[in-house]
Design a protein around this ligand. Sequence first.
Ligand SMILES: NC(=O)C1=CN([C@@H]2O[C@H](COP(=O)(O)OP(=O)(O)OC[C@H]3O[C@@H](n4cnc5c(N)ncnc54)[C@H](OP(=O)(O)O)[C@@H]3O)[C@@H](O)[C@H]2O)C=CC1
Ligand SMILES: O=C(O)CCC(=O)C(=O)O
Length: 427
Amino acid sequence: MSESLFEQASQRLADAIAHVDVSADVIERLKSPKASLQVSIPVRMDDGTLKVFQGYRVRYNDLRGPTKGGIRFHPNVNMDEVTSLAFWMTFKCAAVNLPFGGAKGGVAVDPKQLSKFELERLSRGYINAIADFMGADVDIPAPDVQTNQTIMGWMVDEYSNIQRRLCPAAITGKPIAMGGSLGRETATGLGAFFAIETLMPLLGMHREQTTVAVQGFGNVGSAIADLLSKAGYRVVAVSDSKGGIYALQGLDVPSIIQYKNSTRTFQAVYCQDTLCNIVDHQRITNEELLKLDVDFLIPAALENQITESNAYDIRAKYIFEIANGPVTPAADAILEKRGIVVVPDILVNAGGVTVSYFEWVQNRSGLYWTLEEVNDRLKHSMIAETLSIWKIADRKQTSMRTAAYIHALTRLSEAIEAKGTRAYFVQ
Ligand SMILES: NC(=O)C1=CN([C@@H]2O[C@H](COP(=O)(O)OP(=O)(O)OC[C@H]3O[C@@H](n4cnc5c(N)ncnc54)[C@H](OP(=O)(O)O)[C@@H]3O)[C@@H](O)[C@H]2O)C=CC1
Ligand SMILES: O=C(O)CCC(=O)C(=O)O
C-alpha cells in the first residue's frame, strides 16, 4: 500500500531527529495534530438546489503560538492533505522564527465551477462551520491554493458578524481596505526571491547565466517568475494546470501575466507570438517542464510533483520548492544521490506567512506600515534564516531540507521543554 501524504511528511521529522538532541517527550508531542475538524457546509446554489461540501481545519501544534495557515479550495482536499500541510506550517513558522504554531484548512471543491455568489456563500459557510475553532489568539487562517484576498475579505466579515465585533486579526491576507497588509499578495514570491538571492553567491551562480523553469502560474508562481525575470534571470518556461510554454531565449513574463489575467489560461498565449514577444516558443506539458535542462526548477503548484517515477529524469541543478511538498521523500533521496540540491518549502515559501504575521501585528497594534517597511522586514528575516539553514547544512553535512527541520525542531523543542509537563499528564 502506498504511503499517505502525512506519513511522507512525518519522515522529514525522523530525518532531523537523528541530528538534534531532543527528548522523547518532544518527539511524541510532534507526532500527531493537536486537533482536527471536518465539517459539512450546506450551500444554496444559484439554481435553487442545495449542495453540501466537505471542509477541514487541522491545528497541528500551538506550542510556539496560535496556529497559522492557509485555506485551500481544490477538489483533492482531504484530511490527509490538510494534516500534512498543517504539519509543514508548524515547522515553517518555527524555521523562520514566527510566534505561531501550524494549521491548515480547505474545502473539497472546484471553485472554477462556482459563480461568484456561490463562492461567497461557500466561503462564509466554511467560516461559520469552523468559527469556534479559530480566532486571533487561537488559529488564524489565510489564503492558499485557489483562495485570495476577496475570499479572505468575505471570511473575516463573516467571522466578525458571528463575534458581533470587528476581528481583523482573525484572518490575514485580507483586502487592504479591511486591514490587510501592504505586500501580502506578493510576499510568498518575494520571500522566495530573497532566499534565492541570498544563496546565489554561495552557489557560485550569476543571474544572467541562470535559466529558470516555473511550474504553476498562480499567486506565487507568477510573482517569482516576474521577480526573477526583472532581476535578469532567464525564465525559459512557465506552466499552469493546462500546460506550459517554453522558449530557450527567455519568456516575456509581464506579457504572459497580463495575458493570463485576462484569459485565465495559457492556451491563448501559445498562439500569441506578438503578445509574448518571442519567436521560437513551444508548447510543453507539465511533465516536460519538470524535465527541462535548466539551472533552477521552481515547482509552485501542488504537492507530489517530483516522485520516484520522474526523479531520475530531472535535469535541473537546483530545485527551489515554492509549492508545499512538491518533492516526495523517495524523490529527495534520488535527487540527493544525483547531486541535485533541493531548497525546501518550509524555508523558500515562508515569505507569505511572514507577512501574514506582520499583518496580524499591524491589526493588533493598530499601527500600519509602509510597503517599504514590510518588504525590508521580510528581506531581513529571509536572509537571516536562509543563512542559518545554509550554515547548519554545512556544519552537519546534511541536505538543506534536513537542516531546515533541525533549525525548526530546535526552536520547537525549546518551546515544548519550556512549558514543562502539566500535572494531569503525570499518572
Ligand atoms: N498563496 C500563498 O501565500 C502561499 C502558497 N504556497 C503554496 O504555493 C503553491 C501555489 O499556491 P498559489 O500560487 O497560492 O495557488 P494559486 O491557486 O494561486 O495557483 C496555483 C497554480 O498552479 C497551477 N496548477 C494547478 N494544478 C496544476 C498542475 N497539476 N500542474 C501544473 N500547474 C498546476 C494553477 O493553474 P491554473 O492557473 O490553470 O488554475 C495555478 O496557476 C501551493 O503549494 C501553496 O500551498 C505556499 C506558501 C504561501
Ligand atoms: O499566510 C499564512 O498564514 C499561511 C500561508 C500558507 O498557507 C503557507 O505558507 O503554506
